[in-house]
Design a protein around this ligand. Structure first.
Ligand code: PAF
Length: 290
């Protein structure tokens, strides 16, 4: 496994893959790898000849006052995990190589980035502009045939799919299921911040989503959302949002929808911001709803 530190080194490696006529898969990460990343690496390993994992804590997707300076980092541990997962190339550039002096470009997706995590009461659209700008740069530099993202960041995945389609990136965006702890908590690098007590309470997030799914099936959407919110309330968690949206457009879901709906939640658990979601397929919803 080789570690490449500059866009030029990555470009040369890409040129070689093109010359060898082999497929390239990219797993973009900000490091501090967990089982969720591992599942993306595994899929890339199975599907592609050459697997590239980017390792870059992207400063532009953090708002002032967010956790950029304390974001968990352990490059040696990440390299060991990547090696065990069969990664061929690590692309771990320095911030100054990604955003050199004079850098002045933003890639912004409108609409989709203004709701849920992008709403004014949440992280705001600038978070997603940071994400789409770095992902656009990675897609240009690595030029992968496939790029892999997790469903845990459902809104991010939708925004990236939109960007890739709108800007004619040839890369196929692959979105894979959320990997969970035994009690259902979605794997996230930020789980490392949770105290034991907060970690225990955080399991209520997935329980709330399951509760919504189950009540939605018998009693409709509003009752489902209310049941989910109550589950969080019992655990002392006040969500930033707990909403039902259509997964492709992120428009609010109608109460009598026949389509799949995404129920997404963001919540602060003792100072750690966690997000999760559940995709409810039509056959699971509205079984007995009037
Ligand atoms: O999901 C993440 O870890 C990041 O948002 C990503 C896609 C690697 C861009 O920095």
């Amino acid at each position: 496994m080789k570690v490449l530190r500059t866009p030029a080194q990555m470009g040369d490696a890409r040129e070689q893959a093109r010359h060898d006529r082999i497929t390239v898969g990219l797993v973009p990460t900000m490091g501090y790898l967990h089982e969720g990343h591992n599942s993306l690496l595994k899929a890339a390993r199975e599907q592609c000849d050459r697997v590239v994992m980017s390792l870059f804590v992207n400063p532009t997707q953090f708002r002032p006052g967010e956790d950029l300076s304390i974001y968990p980092r352990d490059e040696q541990r990440d390299l060991a995990i990547a090696r065990a997962a069969g990664v061929d190339l690590i692309y771990a550039p320095d911030v100054d190589d990604v955003y050199p002096p004079g850098f002045a470009t933003e890639v912004a997706v409108t609409g989709l980035t203004e709701v849920l995590c992008g709403s004014p009461g949440s992280r705001g659209p600038s978070h997603f502009t940071g994400v789409t700008t770095i992902v656009a740069k990675l897609l240009n530099t690595v030029d992968p045939d496939y790029a892999y993202f997790g469903q845990k960041d459902a809104q991010q995945a939708t925004v990236i799919q939109r960007m890739a389609e709108d800007l004619d990136f040839r890369t196929r965006i692959v979105v894979l299921p959320t990997v969970r702890e035994r009690d259902g908590l979605a794997m996230s690098s930020r789980n490392a911040y949770l105290t034991d007590e907060a970690r225990e309470r955080a399991a209520a997030i997935w329980k709330a989503l399951l509760e919504t799914e189950s009540v939605y099936a018998t009693s409709g959407l509003e009752a489902g959302l209310e049941a989910g919110r109550q589950e969080l309330d019992r655990a002392g968690i006040t969500p930033e949002y707990f909403e039902a949206r259509y997964p492709g457009t992120l428009d609010p879901a109608e109460a009598d929808s026949d389509e799949a709906i995404l129920v997404a939640v963001a919540a602060d658990v003792d100072g750690t911001r966690l997000i999760d979601n559940i995709l409810i397929e039509p056959e699971k919803g509205k079984v007995n709803a009037t």
